[in-house]
Design a protein around this ligand. Structure first.
Ligand code: MF3
Ligand code: CO
Length: 256
């Protein structure tokens, strides 16, 4: 989501609501997996959107992003230097490119939101390295999301993981609380200070989504008014899971 400044309430979910979010998360993950399996040289990003539309329909759910603030598609496809919010269309994917796929499912009033980045055919070692670092950064954030920790601990864990690998963390877009709304409080930055921010409590549900750049952290928005690109045109990678805070540790809701 785009970073906004105001802070309202965090909505804690009951075990029953978490169960519903598990259903939404599972469907989001299944659709994303189905789309990711079709990524290959020659396919268009619009065809990937079609696969997502069919996949979510087949599972009796709705796409969270379609129409959200006027977003025109069901999935986001962000290629190479595109960070997030790439709009699928006629663009043909070529060997050696990387593409972030971001998909949200709405099931019985609850959202699940997930993203991953994959290579198109054979990719360079450097492209593989940023993908692996983005996946690892998400895992580091999830590992830090324990009851009693603070949100800043999660943010700082992600930032430390990314910067130790020589990549930069996008500041202008952040993760978010999620539930009946796609974007709820709190904002979940991928950078921060340990010990700061709200305490993590049982029933909090959040989408963690580190965005890593190979070069500078700065971004800009392309002419389509949606696609976020790196300011220097270098590669970017993105992974996202929806998680629930629980006494048994963080639960990944967008699991296959
Ligand atoms: N995971 C992204 C986010 O939380 C995807 C949103 S795309 C939009 O911001 F179209 F819905 F904005
Ligand atoms: Co999100």
């Amino acid at each position: 989501m785009t970073q906004i400044r105001h802070e309202m309430g965090i909505i804690l979910k009951s075990p029953r609501e978490i169960g519903q979010m598990r259903d939404a998360g599972r469907i989001a993950a299944a659709v994303l997996d189905a789309v990711a399996k079709e990524v290959r040289p020659g396919i268009t990003t619009g065809e990937l959107d079609d696969i997502a539309v069919n996949g979510v329909k087949k599972r009796g759910a709705e796409a969270s992003f379609k129409g959200y603030r006027g977003y025109p598609a069901s999935i986001c496809t962000s290629v190479n230097e595109e960070v997030v919010h790439g709009i699928p269309g006629r663009r043909v994917l070529n060997e050696g490119e990387i593409v972030s796929l971001d998909f949200g499912a709405l099931v019985d009033g609850f959202h699940g939101d997930a993203a991953l980045t994959v290579g198109v055919g054979r990719i360079t070692a450097e492209a593989q390295r940023i993908i692996d670092a983005a996946r690892g950064a998400l895992e580091a954030g999830i590992d830090a999301a324990k009851i009693g920790a603070r949100l800043g601990d999660v943010s700082a864990a992600i930032q430390a993981y990314v910067e130790a690998r020589g990549f930069s963390v996008v500041r202008e877009y952040v993760g978010h609380g999620i539930g009946r709304e796609l974007h709820e409080d709190p904002q979940v930055p991928n950078f921060g200070i340990p010990g700061e921010g709200p305490l993590l409590q049982k029933g909090m549900t959040m989408a963690l989504e580190p965005m890593l750049n190979a070069g500078v952290l700065r971004t800009r928005v392309a002419e389509d008014r949606w696609t976020v690109v790196t300011a220097d045109g270098k590669l970017s990678a993105h992974f996202e899971h929806t998680i629930a805070i629980d006494e048994n540790g963080p639960e990944i809701l967008t699991k296959l």
